[in-house]
Design a protein around this ligand. Structure first.
Ligand SMILES: NC(=O)c1ccc[n+]([C@@H]2O[C@H](COP(=O)([O-])OP(=O)(O)OC[C@H]3O[C@@H](n4cnc5c(N)ncnc54)[C@H](OP(=O)(O)O)[C@@H]3O)[C@@H](O)[C@H]2O)c1
Length: 182
């Protein structure tokens, strides 16, 4: 797939590297922007308060399938119940929320895990297959939460994630599995 990642920091740069290793053609851009023309997938990995500015610097956004990996601390974006809905309103394509509950500092440790760590995601139906593929290609196991109306729930998990990170556990992987599955 041709992927443009908006944000080339811990998350954007990290995912870009993992997807390149899986054979995808990935361009990662920072706040100076870039061109999304011809991209199959747009991935948003900028600070939650910088979505509008970050995407405004990218030409060629025109209804591509989009995966939003951001977290936003504090209030929801004005006029939207989630950052994912804000992203969808800007890009205009089928949208997913994914990777916001995974620590970028652990990407390099994923391949050493006995079973792939989980990635909770919520997605429009048309975005589901591609999102699952890119979660797997990053080394994680997709856990479908529901459609994009569940994005606020995923975004609210930053409170739980941060509390666990600050506590005894530190940065962590997670999995959910059915009884007897592993
Ligand atoms: N770090 C994690 O473990 C983690 C995990 C899950 C989700 N997240 C979320 O993922 C997003 C990215 O996190 P990160 O840790 O990758 O951040 P980061 O390392 O600070 O990288 C941020 C990226 O966003 C770009 N950017 C574009 N517009 C920007 C603007 N107006 N202001 C600031 N930066 C702008 C930066 O551009 P330049 O390259 O030009 O500076 C940079 O490439 C955030 O929403 C974060 O909450 C982070």
């Amino acid at each position: 797939m041709r992927i443009i990642v908006v944000g080339r920091g811990h998350v954007g740069g990290g995912l870009a590297g993992r997807w390149r290793a899986a054979g995808h053609e990935v361009t990662a851009v920072g706040r100076d922007g870039g061109d999304a023309t011809g991209a199959d997938v747009v991935v948003v990995a900028v600070p939650g308060d910088a979505v509008e500015a970050g995407l405004a610097a990218v030409a060629g956004l025109d209804g591509q399938l989009t995966i939003d990996a951001t977290n936003k601390f504090g209030a929801r974006p004005d006029g939207y119940d989630s950052v994912a809905q804000q992203v969808k309103a800007i890009v205009g394509g089928p949208t997913a929320k994914a990777f916001n509950t995974n620590f970028a500092s652990l990407y390099d440790a994923v391949d050493a895990e006995r079973v792939p760590p989980g990635t909770l995601y919520a997605a429009d139906t048309e975005a589901r297959e591609t999102t699952e593929q890119l979660i797997r290609d990053a080394g994680f196991d997709p856990i479908h939460l529901g459609d994009l109306t569940l994005a606020p729930l995923l975004e609210s998990l930053i409170a739980l994630t941060s509390a666990l990170d600050r506590g005894d556990l530190g940065p962590f992987f997670y999995r959910f599995n059915r009884p007897g599955e592993l």
